[in-house]
Design a protein around this ligand. Structure first.
Ligand SMILES: *[C@@H]1O[C@H](CO)[C@@H](O)[C@H](O)[C@H]1NC(C)=O
Ligand SMILES: *[C@@H]1O[C@H](CO)[C@@H](O)[C@H](O)[C@H]1NC(C)=O
Ligand SMILES: *[C@@H]1O[C@H](CO)[C@@H](O)[C@H](O)[C@H]1NC(C)=O
Ligand SMILES: *[C@@H]1O[C@H](CO)[C@@H](O)[C@H](O)[C@H]1NC(C)=O
Ligand SMILES: *[C@@H]1O[C@H](CO)[C@@H](O)[C@H](O)[C@H]1NC(C)=O
Ligand SMILES: *[C@@H]1O[C@H](CO)[C@@H](O)[C@H](O)[C@H]1NC(C)=O
Ligand SMILES: *[C@@H]1O[C@H](CO)[C@@H](O)[C@H](O)[C@H]1NC(C)=O
Length: 826
């Protein structure tokens, strides 16, 4: 049954023969939901009249076709139709021989029969294994950034000789499937006891008929994509490895002399992998001592993984044992100390594979994604050449307790922080979080470690060069945005357009801001933004991932913020209104970002364009300050408190004092922030309230209402009854103090944070003690009345404390570009 392998003495024969593909004994290609007449494709058959479906198919399912199929899948089988199950479980049954089978499930999430693709959640089981639970094909496709995808499983069919596949919709949901593929495989391909090595443990599960596998990756190192039809008879497809290589050190990609044969053996039979896999490789090249050749593969945590590494020497200089010896690391642990292809095989052109088993820990119990690291490095004992290479890689997830299911990927993933330098704040927090866990063992030591880590991380951030962020090519930007397709536009401004894009093999969602060449806000702002943002890392600031300046383009790449700007959440009617507490948290977050700018470095940074459009919200509604194009460094000497400069900013938010005196201080940001606080409370445009004969700014209106004790009359209607009177009181007080005419009378951002946090506490207290809604507004009026009776100084200083810094000195205007380098010291 199996394709036979040739013994060594018949090697010559192979010079003229190509590898014999495996002849599958079982093959089923069901094009689900297609009608029998249209499906005359050689490979795919309609499921409707097949023997695999139950007799009650008409009542338990219905066929459908995708509404407006994406061009990338239209007309491609099996994605032109689907079978939908909305009532109960549905089982396909396939008579097959005993032995291991590939089970491939083809999904193309789309709108079928008016059903929302996001609402499809279901479970798939097969022969006692749970393959998927509460599975969302929609979220999976989003994560993979593909319109269609295949889930490949390996199931060992026992002597019952039946393979059944059951789809069960989750409650109030529906299941669907586009295609089911079943192909048998040689018994020993993946299930042989062979040379399995455990990494990081002495023993582990045995891979036998009681285990099910799921193929997670199948990569052709240094070569191109290999489609299922070019596989060795089992329809496996092999992907390029380029998207998974860590860092810039990608080595080089030798190709085997096409006239020379790949020679399969007893140990590596010809069905193992196609010749194309072995004819290309990724090798380290002559810089090999400087780095590890590393691939990073995101996998689901809490499972064992079997990795199959395919090797074949194809470099003609390497001819004998001992010349090239290398090490393999899996998840930073040594998986193999010495790999020498001339030890493992006879000669060049002889393929070899090695299997490893590794467990991916799930420390937080959430079964989320984790990175699996596969790396290689020359062994120092390598006699002649320092090199290491890999031709192919397959990764399989092993079932645990008969299940392979993991949670759905999250809808919008945050950009993983750049590996080179994580934000100081976040790292500190993380380290602290482990503190209590290991604290019992040696608190002092832990504290010391934390301190050392903090110092280390800080010093790393400090020493970063200016151009720390990534530089993208224009081609990468075009791929990310489908050639700057207007359908990807998520925002527009005077500068140009902002696109939603996908980078790193479509794994990372980003916001791409492309400067319009006709833009008035030009090069200077672009440079300022890179200059500031590449230096600053804070949870409350948007992260700049990189930029592109190819061919005169000016493009900036940021973390994608799925919840958009604060402004659109306040004003646009199609967004559900933000709750009052969420608004408070957003204000506190944004205030912390500003505080960091003002005091985090040894020179203050003045944002100069604080407004609700420049406060972005991530998927957890964490506020992030953005747009540093107008930002300015504060005076060199902290005893001076302003820089003189041309007035820039946005009408309605602009500090009147700055406007008059052309002197910029941190307090100008505080003023603008006060306007934002009013927007958050009132959800109105900052100027031009639309009153017939009146054009009044929100700042003036807010201040006047505050003084009269009528602030509650202009509150956003969406918040009616939600705000506790004392909270409103405090909030109004903070906003009012920010909007004082004289900068010196305004609070610092420290004071603002304090005041807002207090307001939040008042709100929470009122909610806990109940009864906050009832006579709320009456109480507010009474409260504000009491307050008005008190002397102005109480109003200004009781809450806000000393505002410090009274001296004023003139300095000449400072230049962002020359002085930016002085920012780093803290
Ligand atoms: C594959 O096997 C089938 C029957 O098992 C046989 O009819 C067919 O000729 C075989 N194909 C090849 C290429 O050996
Ligand atoms: C399933 O969908 C069909 C066709 O849309 C519909 O007639 C039927 O009522 C649905 N059944 C359930 C349980 O939702
Ligand atoms: C599916 O197959 C398994 C094992 O062959 C069997 O135990 C089970 O009853 C089958 N389920 C259905 C719904 O046919
Ligand atoms: C490394 O290889 C490259 C390309 O093959 C070659 O240009 C370079 O001179 C080599 N460097 C050393 C130090 O051998
Ligand atoms: C391996 O080490 C790198 C740093 O050298 C680290 O970033 C990565 O998280 C480690 N991977 C694992 C799985 O421990
Ligand atoms: C390569 O990886 C191993 C294991 O993670 C590590 O110990 C070693 O320091 C790395 N070497 C280089 C040069 O990065
Ligand atoms: C099912 O998956 C969806 C989407 O990931 C998730 O929101 C929901 O909580 C899950 N339900 C269960 C019961 O796990």
């Amino acid at each position: 049954m199996l394709a036979f392998s040739l013994p060594f003495f018949s090697v010559l024969l192979l010079f003229t023969t190509t590898a014999q593909p495996y002849n599958a004994t079982d093959r089923f290609f069901l094009d689900c939901g297609s009608s029998s007449t249209t499906s005359d494709h050689p490979r795919w058959n309609s499921d409707q009249n097949s023997n695999s479906v139950p007799s009650n198919i008409i009542t338990t399912s219905f066929p459908s076709t995708p509404f407006q199929p994406d061009p990338s899948v239209s007309g491609i089988l099996p994605y032109t139709s689907a079978r939908i199950f909305n009532a109960s479980s549905f089982t396909y049954t396939f008579p097959v021989y005993q032995g291991p089978k590939f089970l491939r499930l083809h999904f193309c999430p789309a709108t079928y029969s008016d059903l929302n693709p996001e609402q499809s959640l279901f479970t798939v089981t097969s022969n006692g294994f749970t393959l998927l639970t509460n599975f969302s094909a929609f979220l999976t496709a989003f994560y993979l950034n593909r319109k269609s995808f295949v889930k490949e499983f390996v199931i060992y069919v026992t002597d019952a000789q039946i393979l059944n596949v059951t789809f069960t919709p989750s409650p109030n949901s529906y299941a669907f499937i586009n295609g089911i593929e079943i192909v048998s495989m040689p018994e020993s391909l993946y299930f042989s006891g062979g040379s399995l090595k455990y990494v990081g443990q002495n023993t582990g599960p045995v891979i036998d008929s009681k285990a099910a596998l799921e193929n997670i990756y199948r990569l052709n190192m240094g070569g191109g994509y290999i489609s299922g039809t070019d596989d060795t008879g089992m329809y496996r497809s092999w992907e390029q490895d380029t998207g998974y290589i860590h860092g810039a050190a990608i080595g080089w990609t030798p190709v085997y002399d096409p006239k020379k044969p790949i020679i399969y053996t007893m140990e590596t039979p010809d069905y193992t992998a196609p010749e194309l896999v072995y004819r290309t490789q990724r090798s380290m090249g002559n810089q090999s001592d400087r780095y590890n050749l590393t691939w990073i593969l995101p996998v689901d945590s809490g499972f064992f993984y079997k990795l199959r590494l395919h090797f074949c020497n194809i470099i003609s200089q390497y001819t004998e044992r001992g010349q090239v010896v290398f090490k393999i690391f899996i998840n930073n642990q040594t998986a193999d100390e010495e790999i020498d292809l001339f030890h493992l095989s006879r000669d060049s052109g002889y393929p070899v594979y090695k299997d490893y088993l590794v467990f991916i820990d799930d420390p937080d119990g959430r079964r989320g994604k984790q990175d699996l690291w596969v790396a290689m490095h020359p062994n120092p004992n390598s006699e002649k050449y320092r090199d290491a290479y890999l031709n192919g890689l397959e990764a399989f997830k092993l079932s645990m307790d008969s299940s392979l299911a993991s949670p759905n990927p999250e809808y919008s993933r945050e950009y993983p922080q750049p590996r080179a330098a994580s934000p100081v704040i976040q790292n500190t927090k993380k380290t602290m979080a482990y503190g209590p866990v290991i604290g019992g063992v040696g608190g002092g030591l832990v504290l010391l470690t934390v301190l050392v880590l903090v110092v280390f991380l800080r010093s790393r951030v400090e020493s970063l060069p200016l151009g720390r962020c990534r530089r993208f090519s224009l081609k990468e930007m075009k791929v990310a945005t489908c050639e700057f397709d207007d359908r990807c536009v998520i925002g527009k401004g005077g500068f140009g357009k902002v696109y939603k894009g996908y980078i790193d093999n479509a794994k990372t969602v980003v916001a791409i801001k492309r400067l319009n060449s006709a833009s008035k806000q030009g090069f200077r702002e672009f440079r300022a933004e890179i200059g500031f943002l590449s230096k600053l890392r804070h949870v409350q600031l948007v992260s700049l991932i990189g930029y592109c300046d190819d061919e005169g383009e000016m493009i900036l790449v940021y973390d994608y913020m799925p919840n958009g700007t604060l402004r659109e959440n306040l004003y646009k009617n199609n967004n559900p209104p933000l709750s009052w507490k969420r608004r408070l948290h957003i204000c506190i977050g944004a205030a912390k970002g500003l505080q960091y700018l003002h005091t985090g470095a040894n020179r203050a940074i003045i944002h100069r364009d604080v407004k609700s459009t420049n406060i972005l919200l991530d998927k957890n509604w964490v506020a992030k300050l953005s747009d540093f194009g107008l930002s300015k460094l504060g005076p060199k000497d902290r005893t001076q408190n302003h820089v003189s400069t041309m007035v820039k900013g946005t009408i309605g938010y602009l500090d009147p004092e700055y406007y008059r005196r052309k002197q910029l201080t941190e307090k100008s940001d505080v003023y603008s922030f006060g306007v934002v606080l009013l927007e958050v409370l009132c959800a109105r445009p900052v100027i031009n309230l639309g009153l017939p004969d009146e054009e009044v700014s929100l700042a003036e209106l807010g201040k006047s209402c505050y003084r009269k004790g009528t602030l509650h009359q202009i509150i956003d209607l969406n918040l009616s009854g939600e705000i506790a009177p004392r909270c409103l009181m405090k909030f109004g007080e903070v906003a009012y103090s920010c909007l004082k005419e004289e900068g010196i009378a305004r609070p610092t951002m420290d004071d603002v944070i304090w005041g807002l946090e207090f307001a939040l506490q008042l709100q929470e207290h009122a909610e806990k003690s109940g009864g906050m809604v009832g006579e709320a507004m009456l109480e507010y009026q009474q409260l504000s009345f009491i307050m008005q009776a008190e002397p102005a100084t109480t109003d200004e200083h009781a809450l806000l404390g000393s505002t410090g810094m009274a001296k004023r000195h003139d300095t000449s205007s400072t230049d962002t570009f020359t002085e930016i380098s002085q920012l780093t010291g803290r």
